[in-house]
Design a protein around this ligand. Structure first.
Ligand SMILES: [Zn+2]
Length: 368
């Protein structure tokens, strides 16, 4: 089973926009209600893990009599809010994330709905969605006829554009590919990665130019009086630039992952815990912004489609410390950009790591 995601711009009419705004609001409302209950439960039982585990998760249905406006929106959207909260809570419970946060008005406006009994349909430049009926769309990519629709995520960007992302699933008989060409990638801060072929995946120049523009526009915004007409105007400028930069980054990540997936049979990466890493190295936001997580997701499905493999090696593997020539290990400071070994081997630090990652991947592939 493979998944295929396809985006489209949505052009809702006035009535539909109002209902969308209501749905975003209800989803946030229900999420926060359930979270508040969950939080209370957690505080009450946090010292008694067994009882805590037995507590039932609140469901959206229980709020509908007290808050009848919830009945006016797509109930599947509310059910998905519950699913999202459950996942966020599970991640927290397993020690992989902080306690879920309440969503404020500034949170991303979006909701997900699922296909049940033909409630969603794509036809003639329109998409049929629960409660909304037919919404006009501008589709970017055609969905093949034998792909089964699974779910839709509807969102509104800060600059006021609407998008729908359609998730489909399809059957494909994938033959595993014989692995001949392997590449290792070492995660790098500024350039996304350095490969075992000594290639740096640099973000293109236009991306840097846009990022600088965005920083400037943000600076102007910070100087304007919050809530004023000029502030509002600038806020829109910033939001539009943000969306442009995000799109450019996504295109670049698609392009790079496609290139790797067509040229290699297996790609080896380190299984990094981004959250832990950004905290440990004090890189803060930039580690997330770099797009590594999105990049590896793209890479994984692009390889899978072709019967190829993404190999993740243990994050404790000493990729940086090891000499890729003789195998000796030595401590390496973060400031040391060149790896020098007593055996005489000298190489760029990230390049040396990438070779180690590749070799470890080959070892693991041989075992499996
Ligand atoms: Zn050496």
């Amino acid at each position: 089973m493979l998944f295929f995601e396809c985006g489209a711009c949505q052009l809702p009419n006035k009535e539909q926009s109002a209902l969308l705004a209501k749905t975003f609001g209800c989803v946030r409302f229900v999420y926060n209600k359930m979270l508040a209950e969950r939080k209370e439960m957690y505080e009450k039982f946090k010292n008694d893990k067994e009882s805590l585990k037995k507590q039932k998760f609140p469901t959206p249905a229980k709020y509908k009599s007290e808050f009848p406006f919830l009945k006016e929106v797509d109930s599947l959207a509310l059910a998905n809010a519950q699913m999202n909260l459950q996942t966020a809570y599970k991640n927290f419970f397993e020690g992989n994330a902080d306690f879920p946060k309440f969503k404020n008005r500034k949170a991303k406006q979006s909701y997900t709905t699922n296909l049940v009994n033909g409630n969603i349909e794509l036809k003639d430049g329109h998409i049929k969605l629960p409660k909304l009926k037919l919404v006009k769309i501008k589709q970017h990519r055609e969905i093949p006829a034998d792909y089964k629709l699974k779910s839709c995520t509807i969102s509104r960007t800060k600059s006021g554009k609407y998008y729908v992302s359609v998730l489909t699933e399809y059957e494909k008989d994938i033959q595993p590919k014989t692995i001949e060409n392997v590449i290792g990638l070492d995660f790098a801060m500024a350039e996304l990665y350095v490969s075992s072929e000594n290639e740096k995946a640099n973000y293109p120049r236009y991306y840097r130019v846009m990022s600088e523009k965005l920083a400037k526009a943000g600076h102007i915004l910070s100087k304007r009086k919050k809530g004023s007409a000029r502030w509002n105007k600038q806020r829109l400028v910033v939001a539009k630039l943000h969306e442009k930069v995000a799109n450019q980054r996504m295109n670049f990540l698609h392009h790079k992952s496609k290139e790797l997936a067509s040229n290699f049979d297996a790609v080896v990466i380190e299984d990094l815990n981004m959250k832990g890493m950004s905290q440990a190295l004090h890189f803060g936001k930039s580690v997330h912004d770099n797009g590594w997580g999105m990049f590896t997701t793209f890479l994984a499905y692009k390889l899978k489609e072709q019967g190829k493999q993404l190999v993740k090696i243990d994050k404790w593997f000493p990729s940086t410390k090891k000499c890729s020539c003789c195998g000796a290990e030595k401590p390496v400071k973060l400031s040391e950009r060149t790896y020098r070994c007593s055996c005489g081997y000298v190489a760029d630090r990230d390049y040396n790591s990438a070779i180690n990652i590749k070799n470890e991947g080959i070892r693991l592939l041989a075992l499996s």
